[in-house]
Write a protein that binds this ligand. Sequence first.
Ligand SMILES: NC(=O)c1ccc[n+]([C@@H]2O[C@H](COP(=O)([O-])OP(=O)(O)OC[C@H]3O[C@@H](n4cnc5c(N)ncnc54)[C@H](O)[C@@H]3O)[C@@H](O)[C@H]2O)c1
Length: 473
Amino acid sequence: MDTNRRDFLMGALWMGAAAATVGCTSGKARTACCAGAPGCMSGYADKPFKELRVGVVGLGRGSLGIDLGKFPNVKITAICDITQSRIDRALARCAKNKIPTPRIFTGSPEAWKQMCEWDQVDLVYNGTPWQLHVPIALYAMEHGKHVVVEVPSALTLDDCWALVETSERTRRHCMQLENCCYGETEMLALNMCRQGLFGTLVHGEGAYIHDLRKSCYGKFDPATGSGGYWDYWRLRYNRAHGGNQYPTHGLGPICIDMDINRGDNFDYLVSVDSIQAGFQEYGKGKFGAGSPEAGWKVKMGDMNTTIIKTKLGRTIMVQHNVTGPRPYSRINLISGTKGMLQDYPLRIALEKVLGEGAHAFNEKETAELREKYKHPLWKTAGEYAKIHGGHGGMDFLMLLRLAWCLQMGQPLDMNVYDLAAWCSLNELTEKSADSRGRSMDVPDFTRGAWKTQKPWGFEDVDLAKMGLNLQKG
Ligand SMILES: NC(=O)c1ccc[n+]([C@@H]2O[C@H](COP(=O)([O-])OP(=O)(O)OC[C@H]3O[C@@H](n4cnc5c(N)ncnc54)[C@H](O)[C@@H]3O)[C@@H](O)[C@H]2O)c1
């Protein structure tokens, strides 16, 4: 058996083991979760953390979590990974930011269990490959830890329910790290929605269009921690599954605009996959017709297009394409009865007088509106975030809000119901696409609480209260 093939088979076994850890909860009757009931996590806040102790697992993208240690009264007490080069890189990041050396958990694929059990951790920051998100999150909550999880936090409906039920039972936060909700454009759109500038919201469009051919087919080098995804984890999933596998970057911000789980909710969706050609041609073209890579079959279509209908009758279009030479885009379109905003590039059109129309985008007006309606959080920390934080600043703002909410004893911006609703697309879009775009009902993970929950307002932080001086930071 050639090495590449054996690698893939071993990966399949590993993925099976991860799923077994989670356990299956499908078909179980769901108990009611009404607003205010003891188990409900909508609006839930823990006691304020005077000192927040964080354990970070998965030190690729997850090493962003180390930056929480830059905030006053937040300590990175633990890091965990199975790749030494990634641990070394994380330690260098600590040193660069004058963060005291944390305890290291490594040496076994389950070293994260010891980290979750350790009493010097309050919050587990989970930046592992997709297949490990749920097992680690469940284990962390069962051991009394709050948990934040990279995107997509769950891949199946069973796993979404498992996270919801465990979060409710243990009273631990389980938040998805959807950094795009803090993007400059996304928060500008939110601010304009909240001020009624687009009128009644009717339709949104979001996407993840990002050429990932090189990373997905790249061979991860444990010595350097570079070259591709660890153990081809992403391609393994792409090969086995269709549908939209990475829906939340485009979808999350639109859900916030439209108050999904907080006044509106998903009703059903339909989804269609295009042919798969991009990865197949890349495999052949890059590695040669006789290579193992050229023979790897991939189920994921190049383009998945999904339309969600909400309970209030709005529509949301979501796309996923990571297999071809298209410029990056999340689309970021939100439109209503009085105007619209869309991104890549940013354009805004508003109707000033009823019925007069907003037929053309106006570059000058867009620039003015961008300044005028800058979100309060962006006014507070946006300039610093742009210089010091990844992805145009949104990574820093997500961490800032997370630290603020936990330190002040406030509900987190995104709760476990948001996580479940947004991640439910993974399974539902695949099922719909596999059955000629059949419509799929989306579960109401809040079990009715969406009707009474408070929408996002104008979330901000008080830097002085946090003891933060961003000029000096
Ligand atoms: N929000 C964003 O903008 C964004 C950006 C990039 C990645 N991500 C997400 O972050 C996650 C990780 O992606 P990545 O690009 O860092 O992948 P990666 O392959 O570069 O890193 C994964 C890390 O997990 C470690 N790991 C694997 N198995 C482990 C185990 N059993 N115990 C401990 N560590 C283990 C690997 O050694 C590696 O360091 C994914 O969910 C991805 O979707 C999000």
